[in-house]
Design a protein around this ligand. Structure first.
Ligand code: UDP
Length: 208
């Protein structure tokens, strides 16, 4: 029976991930799973809800969680695990990966992502277009790199951290769990857990 791959999330992120899986798994049947959108079609693919996906009889089913919000990714990953449905990695053909890279299940690696050598990455990592992770970085679970986000060597990133578009993190810096690095920020000092930093050099965001 045909392999069935569900792309969880039929919005912007999902529509950028499903074509990668189509290229990776030419024989597989692909569809979107979405709890918030009415069943229908987008970009020529069916959208179904979770229940309908579970009801499909294919023996070999897998899910790619293509949703930028990391807490949602974790919740849906737990739901997949509870239903015994494995996560599949989506990886563009143009991704460059060098030596000794350990990467957890369920990553979404968009076109032109580079992972150099001796890197450890956790579950459901999202590396958007043109982002990179340099040598000896340690990236925890459910981390998100927006397009063009860059982590130079020996950077440590805690779970659920978000690195915004075009931001750059200097060599050796530590980014705490749940921290947010704003678009275009240049991070030259450690960022505490839960903190939001913006600008060049990046400083904590003071909300008035
Ligand atoms: N979604 C879902 N189940 C959830 C949470 C979100 O199916 O538990 C869907 C939601 O209906 C939406 C998509 O995931 O269609 C998220 O889209 P959004 O535009 O918010 O974000 P992005 O595509 O950029 O991640």
């Amino acid at each position: 029976m045909t392999r069935l791959i569900g792309v969880y999330g039929a919005s912007g992120c999902g529509r950028g991930i499903l074509p990668l899986l189509r290229e990776q798994y030419p024989g597989a049947e692909l569809l979107f799973i979405d709890d918030g959108q009415a069943p229908g079609r987008v970009n020529g693919q069916d959208i179904v809800d979770w229940t309908a996906f579970l009801e499909r009889k294919n023996r070999d089913k897998a899910v790619s969680i293509a949703i930028a919000d990391s807490q949602t990714r974790q919740r849906l990953a737990d739901k997949c695990a509870a239903a015994d449905i494995p996560l599949v990695e989506a990886r563009a053909a143009s991704v460059v990966q060098m030596d000794e890279v350990a990467i957890g299940p369920g990553a979404c690696l968009s076109p032109f992502v580079t992972l150099t050598s001796n890197i450890s990455i956790g579950r459901c990592f999202h590396a958007n277009l043109y982002s990179y992770v340099e040598h000896d970085c340690v990236v925890a679970d459910y981390v998100t790199f927006a397009p063009g986000a860059k982590a130079n060597g020996n950077v440590t990133i805690g779970e659920h951290a978000y690195i915004g578009s075009g931001a750059i993190v200097r060599q050796g810096i530590s980014i705490g769990a749940g921290a947010t690095v704003g678009m275009g920020a240049v991070v030259t000092r450690d960022v505490a857990a839960g903190e939001t930093v913006v600008g060049n050099p990046a400083r904590p965001l003071i909300k008035d």
